[in-house]
Design a binder for this molecule. Structure first.
Ligand code: TC6
Length: 528
């Protein structure tokens, strides 16, 4: 942070840490040094705090979180600013997020450009606004809106922030120039009413029900996430405890979250999401440069409801389709259904005067023991279970299946045994993770982050567990390897359990973090 003396007995502290003026240790120290200089200089009457490069501050430096715990020491700075004997005015342009907004809440006044955005997005990183945010915001804007902003993490635009009372002035011109003018106007005003730490949280008669509704809401909206619920506890502390004790509770809860695996996973996701946008696949192909390849024919496996629809789509587009169906009966049904759908389509097109070329379709069969017996699951009323009716949801064990399985075991010389939940989980997850390592080894994905982001965005993998590849690093690569080896030895007929070479190479280095995997494992074994 730079310190500048301005005319009219003013000082300017400007945060400068490109690209977003994150609060690194150096920036925080710079702010404190600037405040001390301004305090000891009797000619300085007020201080303006702003950020370089059209941004105020995007909060704590997330990349440093794994090295130190955020918030705790910065909270002391926020308090020092509040108790400061000279007015401190925040001039906000761009963003004031997380620690950036907490810094502004410490200041006695906040002036922002109309396009600025402010907020406390910490929950998205698995933490809470631990530099007094949970204690100061409710004192400024009350509990209900603080609950909304802190548990959702959503930033608000300057106009909304002005209405809520987070900002004092919103302008369309340069906020630093405005703050300089403003500082001169408020020099004689008492500072005590501007110190949030000495205010109490506006009380409401139904505070208990507000909190219990908030807990119920976040449990429903963010199931499994620790940070939203823990933030509510911190806000409760703001209501129930004096500031001095409230900040202790905030520190305790912030530390609990920071040490949780969820914070590490969510912070990994933050950087993974930003890095996948910049990555391109390892070979020459890239999303920006690749052009669509012509499709000459399409294969569809299974002619159930979905398979029929998919086959139809391609057929309608004039692309030859080969459809494979294991059950002869189902095959007959599908043939009739597809043919009649195509005829309907043809007559519609003929009526509208459009040309129609009859596509087709080639059908063939394959075997599958359960399906051959017509057991397609819920929709047919039986599969691994027996259902109350076709498409029914109530299932019960099926004696037919027990008989089928005992014959199967006899044929394949298998012994029945009970399988623990741990084994089920590990065999499912580790074979999935193993496939991820194969994908990396073959160069199909450019990085573990790409695989993780696909799982988070497309498959509902819990965000607070970071994705399958991050999860593997959490468990430890040598552990994943050892377990796969064990399960593969026990089940040599399951190829998914055979540890990939890529995993073996990495595990030989211990448990390196995902960002180091590619450099340690070397170039991919094949090109796209
Ligand atoms: C907190 O404050 C806790 C406080 C407790 C007490 C202290 N740290 O997104 P972009 C990087 S928690 C480090 O592409 P945009 C980002 O990785 C923090 N780095 O730009 C990228 O780096 P790259 C609460 C950060 O214009 C570059 O900056 N704050 C941070 O689309 C540009 O980012 C947040 O959660 C950071 N805090 O959006 C805010 N922020 O170029 C998180 C960004 O090397 N940040 N970077 O890849 C954002 O929401 C957005 O980055 C943005 C800018 C709206 C600030």
């Amino acid at each position: 942070a730079e310190y500048l003396r301005l005319p009219h007995s003013l000082a300017l502290i400007r945060l400068r840490n490109p690209p977003v003026n994150a609060l690194s240790l150096a920036v925080v120290n710079g702010i404190r040094e600037g405040l001390q200089k301004a305090m000891s200089d009797h000619t300085i009457k007020a201080i303006v705090v702003c950020g370089a490069n059209d941004k105020f501050c995007a909060g704590a430096d997330i990349s440093s979180f794994s090295r130190s715990s955020p918030g705790i020491s910065f909270g002391v700075v926020v308090d020092e600013i509040q108790r400061y004997e000279k007015p401190v005015v925040a001039a906000i342009r761009g963003v004031a997020l997380g620690g950036g907004l907490e810094l502004a809440l410490g200041c006695h006044y906040r002036i922002a450009h109309a396009e600025a955005r402010v907020g406390l997005p910490e929950v998205a990183l698995g933490i809470l606004p631990g530099a007094r945010g949970t204690q100061l915001l409710p004192r400024l804007i009350g509990v209900p809106m603080s609950l909304d902003l802190i548990t959702s993490g959503r930033p608000v635009g300057a106009d909304e922030a002005l209405k809520l009372g987070i900002l004092d002035v919103v302008i369309n011109s340069d906020p630093v120039e405005e703050a300089v003018k403003f500082s001169q106007e408020i020099l004689d005003k008492p500072l005590e009413p501007r110190r949030l730490l000495n205010k109490s949280v506006p009380s409401l008669p139904n505070m208990d029900s507000i909190f219990s509704e908030a807990f119920a809401k976040v449990q429903k909206q963010y199931p499994g996430f620790l940070a939203p619920e823990t933030s509510i506890q911190a806000l409760q502390a703001a209501v129930n405890l004096p500031y001095k004790l409230g900040i202790k509770e905030e520190e305790k809860l912030a530390l609990y979250l920071q040490k949780s695996g969820q914070a590490r996973a969510l912070q990994y996701v933050f950087f993974a999401e930003s890095s996948v946008h910049k990555q391109s696949p390892p070979s020459v192909a890239s999303w920006q440069t690749a052009s669509p390849q012509p499709i000459s024919s399409v294969g569809v496996l299974g002619l159930g409801t979905m398979g029929r629809g998919i086959a139809m789509c391609f057929a309608k587009a004039g692309i030859p389709v080969v459809a494979v169906e294991s059950d002869p009966k189902q095959l007959e049904i599908a043939k009739k259904a597809v043919t009649s759908m195509l005829e309907r389509e043809a007559s519609k097109m003929q009526q509208s005067g459009r040309a129609w070329t009859k596509p087709t379709l080639t059908f063939s069969s394959s075997a599958d023991m359960l399906c051959e017996s017509g057991r397609f699951g819920q929709k047919t009323g039986k599969g691994w279970y027996q259902y109350d009716k076709p498409l029914g949801r109530v299932h019960r064990p099926d004696p037919w299946l027990s008989e089928f399985l005992s014959q199967y075991r006899e044929t394949h010389h298998l012994e029945s045994r009970s399988i623990s939940q741990e084994e089920i989980l590990e065999r499912c997850l580790y074979s999935l993770i193993n496939e991820g390592f194969r994908i990396l080894g073959e160069g199909i994905a450019a990085s573990p982050e790409q695989i993780d982001i696909i799982y988070l965005s497309g498959y509902g993998w819990p965000r607070y567990r970071g994705g399958p590849m991050f999860y593997a690093a959490t468990v430890g690569l040598p552990v994943v390897l050892e377990k796969l080896q064990k399960y593969y030895t026990q089940n040599p007929d399951v190829p998914q359990l055979e540890p990939s070479d890529y995993l073996k190479k990495l595990a030989a280095h211990g448990n390196p973090p995902p960002k180091d995997w590619q450099s340690l494992a070397g170039p991919p074994g094949s090109k796209l």
